[in-house]
Write a protein that binds this ligand. Structure first.
Ligand SMILES: [Zn+2]
Length: 167
């Protein structure tokens, strides 16, 4: 995403109406396409619930970095019903607990953005003892990509912690 859109940023203007409409359309939405699959370019699947898909990012510059993606195509938090909102945040909290249990970070940050991918999702980004706490969050820190074995090991550990959470 960053590579294909980097040239746009020199003008520092918002998406065109057509681009913004395309990003909002479920049939061209990248997260609708692959948030549910076992592995995609950006992440691997930890678990799925009735509400979300919970994924471990391939970029583990912040060990334990996960993304919780709403199952259905809703483009903004403000559009959720109270019940749906509650279920979404419950899954986000569970992911945070699983990360804390697995990776023992100093703090877990929760980021809901979507100006590049307006399909509701929350970045669950741990901050560790080696991270500078005075910096603003940058989800593109690193990148640090694990070996296949190390990623699989991290996936198994965080999935076990996810499964162990009382819901
Ligand atoms: Zn979508």
């Amino acid at each position: 995403m960053a590579d294909s859109t980097a040239h746009r940023y020199s003008g520092a203007v918002w998406w065109s109406d057509d681009e913004w409409a395309r990003l909002h359309a479920p049939d061209t939405c990248g997260m609708c396409a692959d948030a549910h699959v076992k592995e995609n370019e950006h992440s691997v699947l930890i678990a799925s619930t009735a509400t979300t898909h919970v994924r471990l990012a391939r970029n583990q510059a912040h060990a334990g970095y996960c993304v919780v993606v709403l199952r259905n195509h809703v483009t903004d938090l403000v559009l959720l019903s109270p019940e749906h909102l509650s279920a979404f945040w419950a899954d986000v909290q569970r992911a945070g607990r699983a990360i804390e249990a697995t990776f023992s970070p100093k703090k877990v940050d929760y980021l809901v953005m979507g100006h590049r991918m307006p399909h509701l999702h929350c970045h669950v980004l741990p901050q560790h003892a080696t991270d500078d706490p005075t910096r603003n969050v940058d989800i593109s820190d690193g990148p640090r990509f694990l070996s296949t074995d190390a990623l699989h090991s991290a996936l198994m550990r965080v999935r076990a912690a996810w499964d162990a959470q009382v819901v």
